[in-house]
Design a protein around this ligand. Structure first.
Ligand code: 6PG
Length: 482
């Protein structure tokens, strides 16, 4: 006997995932630090399935069938460590602790190693989809031992979102792999949102659209290649009217974006791995700029030079319909760049930590349930199916054609944004990345010359192997240093 799964931590995400298990016919043990929440869950939703309400961790663990499976849904960080300790004290070798929070992957690696010593499996499990996804089908990214997946996989797959009969849940890889993948998912989510924000800013700033008009544009775009959850809810947010003022809600929301840290972690890891994820980095920094209140207040009103104020001034000979299509193209191309970079980071992380991640599998489970869910992910899945070792999504025939078809528009958008003084760090840095990787020569040669000049750091030559140094302070002849 006993429940096949237990959930501890019954804030909205935890309560909803517990209900999701119950609704799928699994008996679910539930526990929360304060019993009131547990009681509330039972009284509000107890009729949805079989819940076993427990008051203490000991009672919670005792209510589970063996091997015991306990899903932790508490705040990442110290709270998670505390709950793990309490659970492990009551558990036996072979039992499984699943952490469904947004944990930092290095914490997950540490926890997995420590629990492995004690014979307990630790599954660092990314869960995406917000409150609604947790209840109706999230995208689930479980890491840990393969053996643990045989015990938790079927349960998790049964509550995940489903696309084309395939659950949006698969074994990701050892130790921190699941949380790493979730982290990069969130980094991509940041980049996606930043790009959408820039498109919106151009619709208002260059075309003079009202939020309601912008909402219509996004609703229209959601019928094409950009179709995605984020575009869909963008239309919703922009159409919302503030009950108090009667103004569009978007106009009364303070323009300072918060963050819980997953985007920042993504960029930190990318810096360590040397992977250029400029789209995610720009998105993280754009949030930081938006939140720099004192700086923005002090700098507000600094002159912008000679600015265009209309589309005609910014781009003579380009009409409204063309520019609208341009923004769409810039958004799409920049999005391809952001995903290409994110997938490159996943590959680099996989090599660094020996995870053997399968990019195509990740695209597959991100097609539904998660925040970045989109038709687009199906294309990424196909790209990796055609070539599992694809060096960049930008080299996949489908995406390279799509980006090539967008480049003229993309450049026009960056020109127009610059002309009117609207910052588009996402669009412009994505274009810079694209131009950099396709360039014949980069100014990196000059930087090598400078480094050799002031620090004898040496350089390589294009015409023969070896490392060389010019005797800058002497007769300026060149010597080979290896
Ligand atoms: C998801 C979301 C979710 C959450 C993050 C990001 O996949 O369901 O990514 O995990 O929204 O906490 O939030 P911040 O923007 O606050 O960093």
């Amino acid at each position: 006997g006993g429940a096949p799964i237990g959930v501890t931590g019954l804030a909205v995400m935890g309560a909803n995932i517990a209900r999701n298990f119950a609704r799928h016919g699994h008996t679910v043990a539930v526990h929360n630090r304060s019993f009131g929440r547990t009681q509330a869950l039972i009284s509000d939703h107890g009729s949805e399935g079989n819940f076993v309400a427990t008051k203490t961790i000991a009672e919670f663990v005792a209510s589970l069938a063996t091997p015991r499976r306990a899903l932790i849904m508490v705040q990442a960080g110290a709270a998670t460590d505390a709950v793990i300790e309490e659970l492990a004290a009551e558990m036996e070798p072979g039992d499984i602790i699943i952490d469904g929070g947004n944990a930092l992957y290095t914490d997950t690696r540490r926890r997995e190693a420590a629990l492995r010593e004690r014979g307990i499996h630790f599954v660092g499990c990314g869960i995406s989809g917000g409150e609604e996804g947790a209840l109706n089908g999230p995208s689930i990214m479980p890491g840990g031992s393969r053996e643990s997946y045989t015990h938790v996989g079927p349960l998790l797959e049964s509550v995940a979102a489903v696309v084309d009969d395939t659950p949006c849940c698969t074994y990701i890889g050892p130790d921190g792999a699941g949380h790493y993948v979730k982290m990069v998912h969130n980094g991509i989510e940041y980049a996606d949102m930043q790009l959408i924000g820039e498109a919106y800013q151009l619709l208002t700033g260059v075309l003079g659209y009202t939020p309601a008009q912008c909402a219509e544009v996004f609703a229209e775009w959601n019928k094409g290649v950009l179709e995605s959850y984020l575009i869909d809810i963008t239309a919703d947010v922009l159409a919302q009217v503030d009950a108090e003022t009667g103004a569009p809600l978007i106009d009364v929301i303070l323009d300072a974006t918060g963050q819980k840290g997953t985007g920042r972690w993504t960029v930190k890891s990318a810096l360590d791995l040397g992977v250029p994820v400029t789209g995610i980095a720009e998105a993280v920094f754009a949030r930081a700029v938006s939140g720099s209140r004192e700086l923005r207040e002090a700098a507000h009103g600094l002159p912008g030079g000679e600015l265009a104020t209309t589309l005609q001034e910014a781009l003579p000979n380009i009409d409204e319909a063309t520019f609208l299509a341009d923004i769409h193209a810039a958004l799409y191309a920049s999005k391809v760049v952001a995903y290409a970079q994110g997938f490159n980071q996943l590959t680099a992380g996989s090599v660094e930590y020996g995870w053997d991640l399968k990019p195509g599998d990740l695209a597959t489970i991100w097609r539904g349930g998660c925040i970045i869910r989109a038709q687009f992910l199906g294309r990424i899945r196909e790209a990796y199916a055609a070539n599992p070792d694809l060096p960049s999504l930008l080299l996949d025939p489908y995406f390279s054609d799509a980006v090539a078809a967008s480049t003229t528009s993309w450049r026009r958008v960056v020109v127009a944004a610059t002309s009117v003084g609207v910052a588009v760090p996402g669009f412009s840095s994505a274009l810079a990345y694209y131009d950099s990787i396709r360039a014949d020569r980069l100014p990196a040669a000059l930087l090598q010359g400078l480094r050799d000049y002031f620090g004898a750091h040496t350089y390589e030559r294009i015409d023969k192997p070896g490392h060389f140094h010019t005797l800058w302070g002497g007769d300026r002849s060149e010597i080979r240093t290896d």
